[in-house]
Ligand binder design. Structure first.
Ligand SMILES: NC(=O)c1ccc[n+]([C@@H]2O[C@H](COP(=O)([O-])OP(=O)(O)OC[C@H]3O[C@@H](n4cnc5c(N)ncnc54)[C@H](OP(=O)(O)O)[C@@H]3O)[C@@H](O)[C@H]2O)c1
Length: 493
């Protein structure tokens, strides 16, 4: 798969879009309207909670797929209850639009599609997160949706901020563009689709900039009188549960890897100076909401660890202070979130929480063993869905000096992340997603006895309505040990 060709095609199509500059309408006085996709997902519900808690956000419009509005609202409510932020008054400011990211114009009714022109901020967080599907399969939901939203954003006279939540493999600190592209071309469709979408978002920002600079009123390259428009990509690393609840997504790569390691009694170790970008779901949600809020509030609350790199093109020179008080208007921004910890400390925290010492193997030996294990247990193995994407490392190589600097920079937060890793492991053990040898004995069952929820299971089962929680009985057939694993595309974590 050559993603450069695909990207080029989408950028060319975006270039044919007519671009409007912001109107002179008084935006600040009426509060803001935010459109959020993926609000029923693991990260999305937390972003929704953060936006809801900010009263400067007048209306939050969420795109939800469901048979009707009542089911959609119930899905939103149930996920938010699980996430721990739900308030009965929420629907006073949350408006649900039925839609489907994989459909043209996101499957929105004509009337709602037209109303996108009144939105101030778009947060495009929804995506199919699936490591087995090809780019061709994912393109409709994960790329075409971004394209349509960017088209609408460029045509709008109202929109101020467009935020795309990216994901998938990141460019290594010491990796050239060519090496990264090569790695992406060999990678899974999910990473490829996220890359194409993130680059398309940045391209939209550049197209917008060109028009701003060409237009007669903006020749001095300062921001338009009524404020500019920001196109922003936020790329988190792995997202895990927080220190308080540890609610973690059992479909995520990182936890499948950890569950596989426990099952095999060994883990694949990275060299000592490797760093893992990993952050709590609540932290990432706050971070995203705060970026959206910078346009809304003059003063942002409390400092957050800055991302590793912010590449930005600004229509006017600016400083961090400007950005904080809302006078800076970068138009193309890439936030690469580097909150995390050394990979070795990640595995230490895992083992210490489980009170188990796992054998340490190099990646090649571990993958060999994992392949044999997966061959035996097939879909029942937690590594099944990610088998083709194991290695060559978990983290990214940075120099020992950089590890030291980051550890120092992150001094206050390293403990928080470690606590979050431990709490997540505790949670995953409690639902028996991670099965420890001692529990195997006490349950008198081997890990192979439990069935891992596969995508096909998920799609065909319908206990509740199509979109509600999937309850899965894991353990003895006599019904002594019941656990609920809630899988992706349903109510999860
Ligand atoms: N989890 C991570 O570790 C991680 C790391 C980095 C970046 N990210 C990014 O963060 C974002 C959220 O990820 P997540 O972990 O929260 O994933 P998730 O739990 O699977 O949530 C995905 C969301 O997208 C929605 N969605 C998927 N396909 C859709 C469609 N065709 N139409 C409408 N909505 C659709 C889902 O709706 P349904 O509820 O209807 O399925 C759900 O609300 C994604 O963009 C992902 O790439 C995640």
């Amino acid at each position: 798969m050559d993603i450069s060709t695909s990207l080029e095609g989408w950028v060319t199509r975006l270039g044919n879009t007519s671009i409007n500059l912001p109107s002179t309408d008084s935006w600040g006085s009426r509060g803001s309207r935010v459109l959020l996709t993926g609000a029923t997902g693991y990260l999305g519900t937390h972003i929704l909670g953060e936006l809801f808690n900010n009263h400067q956000v007048r209306k939050i419009i969420i795109l939800v797929r469901a048979a009707n509005i009542d089911i959609a609202r119930e899905r939103v409510r149930r996920v938010a209850v699980t996430a721990g932020w739900w308030k009965e008054s929420a629907f006073s400011r949350i408006e649900v639009w039925l839609g489907d990211l994989a459909e043209p114009r996101l499957g929105l009714q004509e009337e709602n599609w037209a109303r996108i022109s009144n939105i101030d901020t778009v947060i495009h967080n929804g995506a199919v997160v699936n490591y087995s599907a090809s780019y061709d399969v994912l393109e409709r939901a994960n790329v075409v949706s971004t394209f349509h939203l960017l088209e609408a954003a460029l045509q709008s006279q109202q929109l101020r901020t467009f935020i795309f939540i990216s994901g998938g493999i990141k460019q290594g600190v010491h990796q050239s563009d060519e090496e990264y592209l090569r790695a992406l071309n060999e990678s899974e469709g999910y990473s490829q689709a996220k890359y194409v979408s993130e680059q398309l978002t940045l391209a939209a920002g550049r197209l917008y900039n060109e028009v701003v600079h060409r237009s007669s009123g903006y020749e001095d390259e300062r921001e338009p009188a009524n404020g500019s428009r920001t196109f922003m990509v936020i790329k988190p690393g792995y997202i895990i549960g927080d220190q308080v609840a540890g609610l973690s997504n059992t479909d995520d790569y990182i936890w499948r890897l950890v569950a596989g390691a426990f099952r095999m009694g060994c883990f694949p170790s990275d060299p000592p100076d490797y760093w893992l970008d990993i952050a709590e779901v609540t932290y990432v949600a706050k971070y995203v909401a705060r970026q959206a809020q910078l346009r809304i509030t003059k003063s942002a609350s409390g400092p957050m660890t800055p991302p590793r790199s912010i590449h930005s093109d600004c229509s006017s020179p600016s400083s961090d202070d400007d950005r904080e008080n809302g006078t800076m208007k970068p138009t193309v921004v890439f936030h690469d979130m580097s909150r995390g910890l050394p990979v070795s400390e990640f595995w230490n925290a895992i083992q210490s929480q489980a009170q188990l010492c796992l054998k340490q193997l190099d990646w090649d030996s571990w993958i060999g063993q994992a392949n044999a294990d997966v061959d035996r247990d097939k879909e029942a193995h937690p590594l099944w869905a990610i088998q083709l994407h194991l290695g060559p490392a978990l983290g990214d190589r940075i120099t020992a000096e950089e590890v030291k600097i980051r550890s120092m920079e992150e001094f206050d937060t390293l403990g928080e992340i470690e606590a979050a890793v431990r709490r997540s492991v505790e949670y995953l053990c409690s639902i028996q997603f991670i099965v420890l040898p001692v529990e195997e004995e006490s349950l008198n069952s081997s890990p192979a006895n439990w069935s891992y929820p596969s995508n096909s299971d998920t799609d065909s089962s319908a206990d509740d309505d199509e979109h509600l929680a999937q309850k899965r009985v894991i353990g003895s057939a006599q019904g002594k040990h019941y656990h609920t694993i809630i899988s992706r595309s349903k109510l999860r974590y």
